[in-house]
Design a binder for this molecule. Sequence first.
Ligand code: PMP
Length: 296
Amino acid sequence: YYNENTIVFFNGEFVKATDAKANVYDQSLHYGYAVFEGIRSYNTQNGTRIFKAKEHYDRLQFSAESIGIPYPYNNDELTEISYEVLKRNNFTDAYLRPLITCPPNMQLTKGKDAQILIAAWEWGAYLGEKLLRLSTSSYRRITPACFRVEAKVSGHYINSIMASQEAKDKGFDEALLLDVEGFVAEGPGANIFFEKDGVLHTPQLGSILPGITRATVLEICEGLGIEVVERQIKPEEVRGVDSAFMCGTAAEVIGIESLDGVAFAKPWKESLGAIIQKAYKNVVLEKEYRTVAQVA
Ligand code: PMP
């Protein structure tokens, strides 16, 4: 992710990643009490553009505020700083990782101060380009009864790590987690959509991270006249769907080949997901399209 020369923004300064030092008593390190974002920049026809920077920094602020971490930042300034991090590293297509941590404090009390890191690296599609073979996880997604699930909190990702590693250990590419009530929730780092009879279905908000890519997919569908239903989805319904895809900033839009070894009936190329995958590329690259036929 970085070499000796990668520049990051850390507590008000641009420094080499290797010179940015955390404290071993940082509250965040001990308790997973930190918030972060994952953002992509693209080399568009209008130059290097950070996709939905405002939405990501607004979510970072929401995440911090929802767990009591101070947020003494201005989101427009953080966006400017993010462009500067890209520039200092000569990056165009990159992944940005803002992280807010809390300084030394061994108490289980809310954060007294905040420290910010904005790192960047060049990262290909996080889940690869190949269709995914998913496995239903034995781990349930974190529940709103225990966590602020809509906040992107570092500690929440232990659940994601457990699920993702379990899927890989079983020979699959990625996990699909159910919520505690047994409805389909999401992947460890991406949201999920299913296609059935020309309509898309996706889990409603409640037990999932409200993905910015998920919101972009909903906008794309609105523009293209593709119907989407947000609702509770039972795992047994998924067996009868025509196709499926996952979406997230790092993963972008990626097709799913099978769930628990059972393949979806529709070839990916003919699926609604394939149209949305192309439309998503157009959106992030700031290319115009209006109809399905124009999605190049
Ligand atoms: N769900 C989880 C658990 C995630 O970690 C992510 C990645 N941030 C997503 C969904 C997708 O969110 P986004 O589209 O905002 O990247």
